[in-house]
Design a protein around this ligand. Structure first.
Ligand SMILES: [Zn+2]
Length: 365
C-alpha cells in the first residue's frame, strides 16, 4: 500500500476513500479580472460585488471581472462548505492551488483539522502571469529547487508538505514551458503525480494539440504517463462558441470525445472537474457544457474501457459556487453525478475506479 502526503502528514492510501481530485480551498485569482476584461462587454464596477441583485450579471460570466468572486479567503465559510462535502460522503480533497494562487496554507491545515477531511496540497507553479516577482527570473533548476522544497521541507515557510506537483499552462509561453519542465523533473525525482492544468479558455484557447505538446515536455523528462493527470478535460467535449453552435447546430452542438481520447490514448489520467459549474459565460458569447453533457461523456468513456484513467472533481474557484450563495459547492459529484451515472447503468467497479481507486493509486508514492 502506498503512502500519501496530506497537510497533516503522511497517511496510507486506503484512508483516502472518496477523493475529489481537483478543487480549491483558499485561492487568489485576481489577475484573471484583467485577463478576461476584453472577453466581456464593459460593465459598471457596481455590478461586480456579490449581492442578490448582481447575481444576474455574475452568473452570466461577469464573475471573472469581480475581485470579490475571484478569491476564496474566508476560512470559516470554507469550513462550512467542506463539512457539507463530508456529510455527503467525501473524505479527501486534492487542493490544486500551487505557488501564484495559493491561499494561506496554515489556514488550510487548520481546516483539515476542523473538518476531519484529508487535504493534499500542491507544489508547483500556476500560469506565469500569476507568478510572484521572485519566480519570474528563475531558471529550470531554480524552479525545481523551489518545488522540491515545497515537497521536502514545507510550503511558504511552514513544515506543511505538498502531495502532488501542479503546473498550470495558460499559453505555453517560455516561462510556462520552463515551469512545466521543472514540474516534470520534480515529479520524476520525487515520485509524486504531476497534474497539468490545460484546456478551457482565457484570452487564448488551449486545445488538444497544445495539451499533447505539454505531455511531450513531461515525457521528455522521464515522467511515466500513469503519473500524469491533465485537468479541465471536460472543456474539450463541446464547442464553446455560442454563435457557431446556433448557426451550425447539427454539427457544432454535438459532443465530440475524440479530442480527449487522443489524450487518454497517451496513457495519462484525465480529470472531469467542472461538475456543478453554476455559472455560464453567456455574456462573453461562450457556452459551457452542462453536467448532462459531462455525464454522457463519462458513461461513453466507461463503455470504451477508460475508467482506470479518469478521476473527478468540482473545481470550486469562485465564491459564488459555494452553496452559501446558491451554487453547488463541493458536493455535486457526490449528490448528483454518482447517483445519476448509477441510475444510467454505470458499473460499480467503474464508479469505484474514478472516485476511490485511481486517486489512491495516483497520490501514492
Ligand atoms: Zn482549478
Amino acid at each position: 500500500m502506498g503512502k500519501v502526503m496530506t497537510v497533516l502528514g503522511q497517511i496510507n492510501s486506503d484512508e483516502l476513500k472518496f477523493t475529489d481530485m481537483h478543487d480549491h480551498i483558499l485561492i487568489e485569482l485576481l489577475p484573471y479580472t484583467q485577463v478576461y476584461k476584453n472577453s466581456f462587454p464593459a460593465i459598471d464596477k457596481k455590478y461586480l460585488t456579490i449581492s442578490d441583485e448582481n447575481m444576474y450579471y455574475l452568473r452570466k460570466g461577469y464573475f471573472y471581472l469581480s475581485p470579490e468572486c475571484m478569491r476564496l479567503d474566508d476560512a470559516e465559510l470554507a469550513t462550512k462548505e467542506l463539512n457539507l462535502f463530508k456529510e455527503a460522503g467525501g473524505k479527501t480533497i486534492l487542493e490544486c492551488s500551487p505557488t501564484g494562487i495559493r491561499g494561506d496554507i496554515r489556514q488550510i491545515k487548520q481546516i483539515s483539522i476542523n473538518t476531519g477531511l484529508n487535504i493534499v496540497a500542491s507544489a508547483g507553479m500556476y500560469a506565469d502571469r500569476f507568478w510572484p516577482q521572485k519566480c519570474q527570473e528563475m531558471r529550470v533548476n531554480e524552479l525545481v529547487k523551489h518545488m522540491k522544497s515545497e515537497i521536502d521541507v514545507g510550503i511558504d515557510g511552514t513544515d506543511i508538505k505538498a502531495g502532488q506537483v501542479k503546473i498550470a499552462c495558460n499559453s505555453l509561453n517560455d516561462n510556462e514551458k520552463r515551469a512545466l519542465q521543472a514540474g516534470a523533473i520534480t515529479a520524476f525525482e520525487t515520485g509524486l503525480p504531476l497534474q497539468i492544468h490545460t484546456g478551457g479558455w482565457t484570452d487564448v484557447f488551449i486545445d488538444t494539440n497544445d495539451t499533447l505538446k505539454m505531455l511531450d515536455i513531461a515525457f521528455n523528462e522521464g515522467v511515466k504517463p500513469e503519473r500524469i493527470i491533465t485537468c479541465h478535460m471536460d472543456s474539450f467535449i463541446k464547442e464553446y462558441d455560442i454563435v457557431k453552435i446556433i448557426k451550425d447546430h447539427d454539427n457544432a452542438a454535438k459532443l465530440n470525445l475524440d479530442p480527449i481520447k487522443r489524450i487518454l490514448d497517451k496513457g495519462v489520467t484525465i480529470v472531469f472537474d467542472f461538475f456543478g459549474e453554476s455559472c455560464n459565460y453567456e455574456a462573453a458569447d461562450m457556452l459551457n457544457p452542462t453536467d448532462y453533457d459531462r455525464i454522457y461523456a463519462l458513461l461513453r468513456l466507461f463503455d470504451e474501457g477508460y475508467s482506470k484513467q479518469i478521476v473527478l472533481g468540482s473545481d470550486l474557484y469562485i465564491k459564488i459556487y459555494y452553496r452559501h450563495y446558491g451554487g453547488n459547492g463541493y458536493t455535486r459529484v457526490l449528490d448528483y453525478v454518482v447517483p445519476m451515472i448509477r441510475k444510467c447503468g454505470a458499473k460499480e467497479s467503474d464508479i469505484e475506479n474514478v472516485t476511490v481507486k485511481n486517486p489512491a493509486f495516483l497520490l501514492s508514492c
